[in-house]
Every structure is written in C-alpha cells, then in structure tokens.
Design a protein around this ligand. Structure first.
Ligand code: AMZ
Length: 305
C-alpha cells in the first residue's frame, strides 16, 4: 500500500487536481456557451490559441481604408490598401487563425465609427474569428460589437484604464471574449487613441485587470509601433509573468528573427504575436512567419528530432 507522502502518490494527486481543474474549466466554458451562443466559437478558439504561438495579422482602419500609423499619431497615417475585405481574405488564405482589427477612427472619437460597416463585411466574408478594438467605451458598445457586428473577441483599452468596475461587469458578462489592450509609453499607460498620457503603471494595470478575471492582454509599446524596430521583449515578458494572463505581443515586429525570439517567451505566457506594418512593407510573408511557429511547435513536441 502506498503512503500518502510517497512521491508517486503526490504525482497522482497532482494529476487528479490538474484533471479536475481542467474539467471545471470545460464545464465553465460549456455553461457560458449555453448562456451565450456567441461563446460557442470562443470555446473552440480557446484551444486553437492554446496549442502553439499564433501569428495574428492586423488591419487598422481609418476612413474605411487599411492604414498604418507611426507611434499612433493620427497625422502619420499611410494608406496601404483600399480594400480591407480583400486584405482579410488574403490573410485567411495565408493560414491565419485569428484577425486583429482596430477601428482607429473609433479610438480617436471614443465611439463606434463608420468602419464598423466594413468590419461587419469582413466578418461575413471570412471564416476565421476576428478580434476588434477601438472606441468601445460602454457595455452596450461591447455587446453590439459581439452580437450585431459579429466580433469573436473585443479589445478594451481606455475603458479598462478608466473604469475598472465596468470592465469587471464586461468580464462577468462576456468572459474570455474580453481582451484588454494595454498600450504604454515607457511604463505609463496611454488612452484615448494614445493622445492621453496617464499615470497608471502598465504592469500594475496588467495585474489589476487579471485579478478582475481578464484572461488575455495585448501589450503594445507605443514608441515601437509602426517603427519596425523590434518589439519590447522584456516588457512583454514581464507583462505575462506579473499578471499571469496570456499575453499577445504587439508593436514593432519587423523580422522573422523577432518572431523566433518571441517564440522563446511562450513558456512565460506570451502566446501570440500581432503583425502589421511588416507584412505591408513585405519584410516577410505571413506564411513564413507561421512556418516559424509551426517549426517551433514541432521542436517542442519532438525535442530530439
Ligand atoms: O494607434 C493608435 N493611436 C491607437 C490604437 N492602435 N489608439 C488606440 N489603438 C488601439 C489599441 C487597442 O487595440 O491598441 O485601439 C484599441 C483600444 O481602443 P480604446 O478606444 O478602447 O482605447
């Protein structure tokens, strides 16, 4: 008979605890899927996203066109494509599993903009799920984006920094469909289209939103966004370690080497990478980036081969 303190027994107990936690998570997701039909697909993508590092292509919309800004400055907008629906289709053909869309007019205005019509068309035309942010400042905005426009996930920046109690209600209602965008200059969070500097520390905000139940944070180093100078690896890593939430790296990704290096942060909780300008500027293709993450996942599963 084995003794309660034997290592084998501890291992079995550990496995049992892990299994029951996993079952509890499954149950929670099933219940939320029944209560909220929009969560059914979120359930699927939860596992897709969890299996290996994801490359998430970005479409930033301004006046209905695909643009990129430099460090988020409205005046720096450069139009890269006039047909966002076709850009989205091309990303899907290249193998993306999730599309990131920012309604820049919404972020600057603080309200949903005309871009939502295009976002709805994109969602109708493609099969992959879409995460959308920019200008969501109330529960109604969030609900409408999910239920009327069809966003799988919504990204909340300003509201998360300014109204934590409202964020908590959004998380209660929409669970893991709520993603918080933490955009920072240095260590300080910026809001309202990045036009307002706050005194909120980015890592403190990450901890706070995670304690409210937020499971995913998209971290952007504003000083690197649109500059193709490489992401802020250390801060991205710290964001994941400090909060315990899963983190999407964003801002500055410029080369396949950046992708390789971000893959090294997977163990710390960084599980996805947003790529924007580098694709438009042909620094590398989406297929090449995805190939790197596939190779990495293969090596993880078969370390000796
Ligand atoms: O480039 C900008 N000036 C900018 C931008 N890309 N401003 C906001 N955003 C994005 C954030 C996040 O995804 O990265 O909009 C979302 C947050 O918007 P809001 O309105 O909730 O703060």
């Amino acid at each position: 008979m084995s003794h309660p303190n034997e290592p084998g027994r501890e291992k079995t107990q550990g496995l049992l605890v892990a299994r029951s936690l996993f079952s509890a998570q499954l149950l929670r997701l099933c219940v939320s899927a029944v209560n909220n039909p929009f969560a059914v697909d979120a359930f699927t993508s939860f596992y897709n996203l969890a299996t290996q590092m994801q490359i998430i292509p970005a479409i930033d919309l301004k006046g209905g066109l695909c643009v990129r800004l430099v460090e988020g400055r409205e005046q720096s907008a450069k139009v890269y494509d006039r047909d966002p629906v076709e850009v989205a289709r091309s990303y899907e053909r290249a193998g993306a599993q999730l599309l990131h869309i920012v309604d820049l007019d919404g972020a600057f205005l603080g309200a949903a903009s005309e871009n939502q019509k295009i976002i709805r068309r994109i969602i109708e035309e493609i099969n992959m799920p879409v995460e959308v942010g920019g200008g969501l400042r109330s529960l109604e905005d969030i609900q409408s984006l999910i239920e009327q426009v069809g966003a799988r996930f919504v990204i909340i920046g300003t509201l998360a920094a300014e109204q934590p109690e409202l964020l908590a209600r959004a998380v209660d209602q929409f669970g893991e469909q709520i993603i918080v965008g933490i955009d920072a200059r240095g260590s300080s969070v910026a809001t309202r289209g990045w036009t307002e500097a706050t005194e909120i520390d980015a890592l403190d905000l990450a901890k706070r939103v995670a304690s409210l139940g937020v499971q995913r944070i998209i971290y952007t180093d504003i000083a690197r966004d649109g500059r193709l100078a490489g992401p802020n690896f250390e801060m991205t890593r710290q964001m994941a370690l400090t909060s315990g939430a899963r983190v999407t790296a964003s801002g500055g990704v410029s080369s396949l080497d950046d992708i390789e290096r971000l893959c090294e942060l997977e163990g710390d909780g960084v599980d996805s990478i947003i790529v924007g300008k580098a694709l438009y500027e042909n620094r590398f293709t989406l297929e090449e980036a995805i190939r790197i993450t596939n190779k990495n996942a293969g090596e993880k599963n078969h370390p000796m081969s």
